[in-house]
Design a protein around this ligand. Structure first.
Ligand code: PLP
Length: 389
């Protein structure tokens, strides 16, 4: 990426807010203590850890004891799914898991391994053409032996939002634990776990202007969970390993900042998103919006373009100074069409031309306008010559 490149890939990761960096610095240097140590340096590190835990709990509307620190969103998803599946089987012989075919690989690969290696019965919920899971479909598939339901809050590739409170209510009515991967939702969406009604919720700091390599799993009190990383008694025995104090302090600061300005930031990015969607649909032929037209992340625009190779388009845009992506960053470099797009019924030849444009709180309308011009020109070049873009 050249220095002056315009960053339109905030679903992949976000820059760390300067205030977050400042909050972390002391815990990389003079306050380096291990929060489990008895001495004063350890006590100070522990105080910072517990202050961060309280702050995160305030941001989520839960108790500090319901916050488990992890190393990333993927680990949070693994702990939620493996932990609840194993606990469900141990305590009540439950071995059925419901999830959706458009989840992030951190969920999909995890349930696949529970199926193949450990004999769990994995059932995929239907999704509509926008990738939405229906609460009625969840309710109809719950069984007494369901160990867990896992449905994402916001889709990373297509931006679609799921009706999480309604899905959670269906699960609660049957006493089945419900997990949501809220990694993409954290920057701009409501995150109060009581209003959402969820039992388990995964977050990753680098998606909301915090550092990479640190995440949270919210675990509602009373929800049985087995640890997947064992050792010391950190995180109430749910996740062994010395906590990464600087990154945790940064994550708590970043989430508090995001929660302060959620409405303002969401209004800013949704105006830009709508400008992108309108501009692309107006100016480019043979293009389709992917994901839900309105129930979508406020900063997320995603498309498929016929007769355009996504890799070629991303390279062309990069040369023009725009950093975007095709589907999920986790698929970068892989040329097969995205499984998510195929699960929505999008034909493979269209799915090969996918484009994801995700704006951030500092993106400007001028940047969006320049992006639309470059996109139009790049698509015209790729499709060959002077015809329609
Ligand atoms: N879940 C979703 C929806 C994501 O978009 C991502 C990252 O792209 C993850 C989970 C994984 O998060 P992490 O990169 O922190 O492991």
């Amino acid at each position: 990426m050249n220095a002056e490149s315009t960053y339109l890939d905030h679903a992949a990761t976000t820059p760390v807010d300067p205030e977050v960096i400042q909050a972390m610095v002391p815990y990389f240097s003079e306050e380096f203590g291990n929060p489990s140590s008895i001495h004063q340096r350890g006590q100070r590190a522990n105080a910072a850890l517990e202050t961060a835990r309280t702050s995160l709990a305030d941001s989520l509307g839960c108790r500090p004891s319901e916050i488990v620190f992890t190393s990333c969103g993927s680990e949070s998803n693994n702990l939620a799914i493996r932990g609840a599946a194993i606990a469900g089987r141990q305590r009540r012989g439950a071995s059925h898991i419901l999830s959706s075919p458009v989840e992030h690989p951190a969920v999909l690969e995890t349930v696949k391994r529970l199926d193949q290696g450990l004999g769990f019965d994995i059932e995929m919920l239907p999704v509509d053409k926008y990738g939405v899971v229906s609460p009625a479909d969840v309710a109809a598939r719950l069984r007494p032996e369901t160990a867990l339901v896992s449905v994402m809050y916001a889709n990373n590739e297509i931006g679609t939002l799921n009706p999480i409170p309604e899905i959670a209510a269906a699960c609660r009515a049957q006493g089945i634990p419900f997990h949501t991967d809220a990694v993409q939702a954290a920057a701009f969406m409501a995150l109060n776990v009581s209003s959402l009604g969820v039992d388990l919720l995964s977050l990753s700091a680098h998606k909301f202007y915090g550092p990479k390599g640190v995440g949270v799993l919210f675990v509602r009190e009373g929800i049985p969970l087995e640890p997947i990383q064992t050792g010391g008694s950190q995180e109430a025995g749910l996740r062994a390993g010395t906590q990464n104090v600087p990154l945790i302090v940064g994550m708590a600061t970043a989430l508090a900042l995001a929660r302060q300005d959620t409405a303002h930031n969401a209004a800013h990015v949704s105006a830009l998103r709508d400008r992108i969607i309108g501009g692309v649909l107006d100016r480019i032929a043979d293009v389709q919006l992917t994901g839900h037209p309105t129930a979508r992340l406020p900063n997320h625009a995603s498309f498929v373009l016929q007769d355009v190779d996504a890799g070629q388009l991303l390279a062309a845009l990069d040369l023009e100074g725009f950093a975007c992506s095709s589907g999920s960053a986790c698929h970068a470099g892989i040329t097969e069409p995205s499984q998510t797009l195929l699960a929505l019924g999008i034909p493979a030849e269209w799915a090969l031309g996918s484009l994801r444009v995700t704006v951030g709180k500092t993106t400007t309308s001028d940047e969006v306008d320049r992006f639309l011009n470059s996109l139009e020109a790049s698509v015209r070049r790729i499709r060959g010559g002077s015809g329609s873009a």
